[in-house]
Design a protein around this ligand. Structure first.
Ligand code: PLP
Length: 459
């Protein structure tokens, strides 16, 4: 049974809609929007928040595909899955071990639950945040025996995969729970690289990021029977709308059906095309692509990270747009071209052709990618920091003050500053460096930053 087929069949019926949504399945706007299949929890269409019928069946298909204990649909993105997983594992005021390159939703959970983050060290390799090391997690857990949960991002936005098998062994030895934010790796199970069968307890995937599914669709996998599934279900309900879109849910089901039937074939084809692309690009003089020279545990090669000699990632992005290629993200140092099962040989050929053209224009000069990422040092709990009186200060005057806000570049939405953090000279220099390249910093008010107004309190 396919949800989409059932919705289409229902859409053809001449049934008077005395229920939500307000469009009543009629095209009053004369647009191409899918009104016909956009319904609410009417008879025979189940209820995602208490799935007993078609939606239970669809989620069982998902569970079978990923071979987990139990998998769930999310319609508010991985954001809702990360929040639900943290809430189902931790209590108010608990500690959580995270690397600081977590997505902002992790910091939002910390804020809401007044959690105490303990930071797992991160390091850079080839200008990219590297994988998280099991021995660093072991140290953190040895020093904090009351830690109940470790959350890491794997793969990262740039495709860096951590050694989940070793990490999960360490985490479980300390009787803690491992949550893996695998938002960028929904496709990795096709290559036996997903955290779902590597020992993680809960894994969250954004289907919409790397698989053929509509934006906002994601899934949460419970992978270990020690997880309280009822609690997880409760918090999925808390962080997802009470009116889940049937258009989005049918998009998840179509994606699952596609993967069950053709996932492997498409993945193999993509890998073959990527291999050829890398072989060709390696012959270029000035264009460099991130590859694993043994510096990373593993890389998800569907993300193509392109460095340019003496030009920035943004300049490269502009060049590629002029060549009718839109990249996913660029920063000062590199550009991220995000491919998927829907990326064709022709798409990669076009990218290669553009890079070949570029290779002749730009002169190679080693980029300064040695800048280290300033460490987050909290001087006040995140949730408390947000409730203080604020003053906006110029960056230069903010040194030794406590930040009252988040600052991040979007994408990827990884905070550079969080509320409660001590603003150091290193941070100000880092922000000034980034601003030199005209990069938008979300949270900053022009050149100013909100700091906490504390009389006579400098650090
Ligand atoms: C690592 C990571 N986790 C979670 C999310 C949130 O995903 P979504 O946009 O599906 O809510 C993102 C979004 O970019 C992300 O990069």
């Amino acid at each position: 049974m396919r949800l989409l087929k059932k919705l289409k069949r229902y859409g053809k019926k001449k049934i008077v809609a005395m229920h939500m949504p307000g469009h009543k399945r009629k095209n009053l706007t004369h647009s191409s929007l899918p009104y016909k299949i956009d319904i609410t929890e009417i008879d025979d269409f189940d209820n995602l928040h208490n799935a007993q019928g078609i939606l239970k069946y669809c989620q069982n298909k998902l569970t079978k595909l990923y071979q987990t204990s139990q998998s769930f649909y999310l319609v508010n993105g991985s954001t809702s899955g990360v929040l639900a997983s943290i809430f189902s594992v931790l209590d108010y005021g608990d500690k959580i071990a995270i690397p600081q390159n977590c997505h902002k939703c992790v910091f939002h959970a910390i804020e809401m639950l007044n959690l105490q983050p303990v930071f797992i060290p991160i390091s850079l390799s080839q200008g990219i945040i590297s994988d998280i090391k099991a021995h660093d997690i072991d140290n953190v857990l040895n020093n904090n025996p009351d830690l109940k949960c470790v959350l890491i991002t794997s793969p990262t936005y740039d495709g860096v995969i951590s050694d989940i098998v070793s990490i999960s062994k360490v985490v479980h030895r300390h009787n803690a729970t491992l949550i893996v934010d695998e938002a960028h790796g929904a496709h990795l199970f096709l290559d036996d690289k997903s955290a779902v069968n590597k020992g993680a307890d809960i894994v969250i995937n954004s289907l919409h990021k790397s698989l053929p599914a509509l934006t906002q669709t994601a899934v949460l996998h419970v992978c270990h029977n020690k997880i309280d599934v009822d609690k997880v279900k409760h918090y999925i309900s808390v962080f997802n709308t009470s009116s889940p879109s049937y258009v989005l849910m049918s998009s998840i089901d179509e994606c699952v059906e596609f993967l069950l039937k053709k996932g492997k074939k498409y993945y193999e084809k993509l890998q073959k095309n990527l291999k050829k692309f890398v072989e060709n690009t390696n012959k270029l003089k000035n264009i460099h692509i991130l590859q694993n020279n043994g510096n990373f545990f593993d890389l998800d090669n569907t993300k193509i990270i392109i460095y340019g000699g003496n030009f920035t990632g943004h300049q490269l992005e502009k060049f590629l747009i002029n060549n009718k290629i839109q990249v996913e993200m660029s920063n000062v140092w590199y550009t991220n071209c995000y491919t998927s099962l829907a990326t064709s040989k022709a798409d990669l050929k076009k990218l290669y052709k553009a890079l070949k053209k570029l290779d002749k224009i730009f002169v190679y000069k080693k980029t300064d990618i040695s800048l280290s990422i300033p460490k987050i040092k909290l001087k006040m709990p995140l949730c408390k920091a947000q409730q203080q009186n604020m003053q906006d200060l110029c960056l230069g005057d903010a040194v030794n003050k406590i930040s009252g806000q988040y600052v991040w570049t979007y994408p990827p939405g990884i905070p550079i500053i969080v509320p409660g953090q001590l603003i150091t000279t290193e941070i100000v220099d880092y922000l000034k460096y980034i601003k030199k390249f005209d990069i938008e910093l979300v949270g900053m008010n022009n050149e100013k930053i909100y700091t906490i107004k504390l009389d006579n309190m400098e650090f």
